[in-house]
Design a protein around this ligand. Structure first.
Ligand SMILES: Cc1cc2nc3c(=O)[nH]c(=O)nc-3n(C[C@H](O)[C@H](O)[C@H](O)COP(=O)(O)OP(=O)(O)OC[C@H]3O[C@@H](n4cnc5c(N)ncnc54)[C@H](O)[C@@H]3O)c2cc1C
Length: 214
């Protein structure tokens, strides 16, 4: 979605929807505070509960292929967790749930967003697996980069559908290794943050006013 303020005082930026569609239409966004970044700072420092905002979208094609039924691998770094969370929810709640593995890369335990939720899901939702690497914590069981860990952690990815989201270098590295491990190119979906995407769709955007809840 593109998020901005009613007076257009901050630049509208892209944020991935972080939840599966809900009957009440509510959406969650997961916004990382970027130092001196105008829009993320506005969200963290000025946006109050119940404030109206301008949202347009959704845009993009980071969605599962309805023809595929095989296991799904979600590779996410940092706020790249947002679309992975939406996908995990949607895939596990689907009428024909697919096996879902979430492999999340955070810098430290403090950055491991939703850690307790994922541990809980591993125990309560069949078909869900959670792997975590803490890239700046040398004492963590896994602290390497996901592209280096994938061959030992997952092995072959033939028949898997793979979704990679996060910073561009992470996305490129993961996509390359996923293909090398056997994932079909058409089954590897990527969502790079930090660079605004090119026009996604020929349809005009739907602009709605939403409000902020916490
Ligand atoms: C398709 C897409 C989806 C996105 N989804 C999300 C999301 O769900 N959550 C989210 O927090 N951001 C997301 N982003 C990034 C977001 O659109 C903004 O770029 C970000 O919030 C920074 O905006 P800003 O105006 O505060 O700072 P800017 O002035 O735009 O950015 C300042 C600097 O921070 C870098 N940067 C941008 N985003 C991040 C980040 N998340 N972490 C570290 N450095 C960053 C930029 O490359 C730039 O160098 C997404 C971007 C794209 C293209």
């Amino acid at each position: 979605m593109l998020l901005g303020d009613l007076r257009y005082q901050v630049p509208a930026r892209s944020y991935s929807v972080a939840n599966a569609p809900r009957p009440d239409g509510q959406i969650s966004l997961l916004v990382t505070r970027v130092p001196n970044g105008p829009t993320s700072s506005w969200v963290h420092e000025q946006l109050a509960v119940d404030s109206p905002v301008v949202l347009s979208g959704p845009y993009g094609t980071f969605v599962p292929d309805p023809q595929r039924t095989g296991p799904v691998l979600l590779l996410a770094a940092g706020s790249g967790l947002a679309p992975a969370r939406a996908l995990a929810e949607a895939l596990l709640d689907a009428p024909h749930p697919r096996l879902v593995t979430l492999f999340f890369s955070a810098r430290s335990g403090a950055d491991a967003i939703d850690h307790t939720r994922w541990l809980d899901w591993e125990n309560t939702r069949s078909g869900f697996r959670y792997l975590l690497t803490l890239t700046r914590d040398a004492h963590a069981p896994w602290h390497q980069w996901i592209p280096d860990l994938l061959p030992t952690a997952l092995g072959h990815l033939t028949g898997w559908e793979v979704f990679v989201s996060g910073p561009p270098r992470f996305v490129t590295g993961c996509a390359k290794i996923a293909e090398r491990l056997g994932a079909e190119r058409a089954a590897v979906h990527t969502e790079e943050f930090f660079t605004e995407p090119q026009p996604w769709t020929g349809h005009p955007p739907v602009v709605t006013e939403g409000s902020v809840g916490r």
